[in-house]
Design a binder for this molecule. Structure first.
Ligand SMILES: *Cc1c(COP(=O)(O)O)cnc(C)c1O
Length: 478
């Protein structure tokens, strides 16, 4: 298909700018561009057709089942979008006087209270734009805490179990810590002996992804937080996948000091293609002075105001984060209510367990029991015996109208496929997906060679994924 730049025709256009209603200003020469931007020139109808054509070539959550493990590609209710599209929100400027934006501050204030209730934390910031960004901000809180107590020089190590999300060790390094990796047991839980051995006077903290990357809720979670606290460290909860536990269990009650959430997973903002996302960070009261500034608080005259915080780690992003994502998350929480939030988590876990149990006679599961909202398949045996890889199976699923599960993640499982059905799928759509998974497996067993040819029916066949990663071509070469 042609790119917009190839479809462009000089002089064609669809813009109709409104008349100027502000005083005209001349841009100083040093800031003015020297040549016109090379934008595609197209009529509105051509642009509309272009993007419709593109949309038809991809697979989104509105096309069908999308069990991309760890990413929570659930269906996001339209009402969230309607709320976020209200002109009272979209037409705001972040530098408006606060008495004119009381409603927007109320959104931040209320959303903070809801998330604090859901996680058992005391305060939240909405500045981070993504999960990994939240991890980084949360680690800066841990750093600021040790610094404040004069122990930063001594406490430089962050312990990360090997079942953690890959962003955890990366964020710890970015925040200036060294990472101590500890193994997990065969059942997917943290090895407590290894944890005890790793803890000491140099421990700054531990980051735990829970449920972890094999979809397991660590049964020793109270021991884990206690062991780290006894060593003087703080405990960080990677709550990107709170979909499994929201409304049922709270990181704050398990002893965690800091948590981040992914609003663009659990709290129902569409994602993919780079955003916009939101990775709010919550903490216990004793860490609140270090949160990014400013925070929203009630002032003495009953209005909401921005509070400056002298011990703050500073800003981690401009203004208050991706505000409209917070509007969507708040709409989602308010429409579900406490009961609905719990039910969503319960259905997410039920759906994953239903699918896992209907597939486990064919597809070997990486861990035997106790999966939460997602499960991990290992195709090591199929690969060894028939030469069919996890990638081949993923392509086979794609040919049958299903988005593939996450592949080759987590790294501790060979030939992994990580399946997260989410709570928004009905039993009918799960049954349909189960039938397709079974059909693809049977084909792999009966005719392994044919699997290397898949997909046959998608707009593009197999892509050069290594080439795309090594030599990305991200802009049009004129
Ligand atoms: C998705 C995810 C992250 C990272 O979130 P981004 O918004 O992609 O930066 C971190 N931890 C876990 C467990 C995740 O699933």
């Amino acid at each position: 298909m042609e790119l917009v730049f190839e479809k462009s025709r000089a002089g064609r256009g669809g813009q109709n700018l409104p008349p100027l209603d502000v005083p005209e200003t001349v841009i100083p020469e040093e800031f003015a561009r020297v040549s016109a931007p090379r934008l595609p020139e197209m009529a509105e109808v051509d642009i509309s057709r272009h993007y419709t054509e593109l949309a038809k070539r991809t697979h989104g959550v509105n096309d069908g089942f999308y069990p991309l493990g760890s990413c929570t590609m659930k269906y996001n209710p339209r009402i969230n979008e309607e709320a976020a599209a209200l002109p009272g929100f979209t037409k705001l400027h972040p530098l408006q006087p606060v008495h004119t934006v009381q409603g927007a501050l109320d959104v931040l204030y209320l959303a903070e209270q809801y998330l604090a209730e859901i996680t058992g934390m005391d305060r939240f910031t909405f500045q981070p734009s993504a999960g990994a960004h939240g991890e980084y901000a949360g680690l800066l809180l841990i750093r600021a805490y040790h610094k404040d107590r004069g122990e930063l020089e001594q406490r430089k190590k962050i312990i990360v179990p090997d079942s953690a999300h890959g962003t955890n060790p990366a964020s710890a390094v970015m925040a200036g810590f060294t990472v101590v990796n500890i193994p997990s047991l065969d059942n997917g839980c943290v090895d407590l002996e290894a944890l005890r051995a790793a803890c000491g006077e140099d421990t700054a903290g531990l980051m735990l992804t829970n449920p972890n990357t094999v979809g397991i809720f660590d049964e020793n979670i109270l021991d884990i937080t206690r062991i780290v606290h006894e060593a003087g460290g703080l405990v960080y909860y990677d709550g990107a996948n709170l979909n499994a536990v929201m409304g049922v269990a709270r990181p704050g009650d398990m002893g965690f000091d800091v948590v981040h959430l992914n609003l663009h997973k659990t709290f129902s903002t569409p994602h993919g293609g780079g955003g916009p996302g939101s990775g709010p960070v919550g903490c216990k009261e004793f860490l609140a002075p270090f949160l990014p500034r400013p925070s929203v608080a009630e002032s003495t005259d009953g209005e909401l105001a921005f509070l400056d915080m002298p011990k703050s780690i500073g800003k981690v992003r401009s203004f208050y984060g991706n505000f409209l994502v917070v509007v969507k998350a708040l709409t989602y929480m308010m429409t579900l209510g406490a009961e609905g939030i719990r039910e969503a988590a319960q259905n997410a876990v039920l759906n994953a367990n239903y699918m896992a149990s209907r597939l486990s006679d064919l597809y070997p599961m990486a861990r035997e029991k106790g999966v939460m909202h997602e499960f991990v398949i290992t195709l090591e045996k199929l690969h060894k015996e028939k030469g069919v890889s996890a990638l081949d199976v993923a392509k086979g699923l794609l040919d049958n109208g299903i988005h593939p599960p996450t592949m080759y993640f987590p790294l501790i499982v060979h030939e992994a496929l990580m399946v997260e059905p989410t709570e928004t799928e009905s039993k009918d759509s799960l049954d349909e997906a189960i039938a397709i998974f079974r059909k693809v497996y049977e084909q792999a067993a009966a005719d392994p060679e044919s699997m290397h040819e898949m997909p046959l029916h998608t707009p593009v066949r197999r892509l050069d994924e290594v080439g795309a990663a090594r030599n990305p071509r991200l802009k049009y070469e004129f």
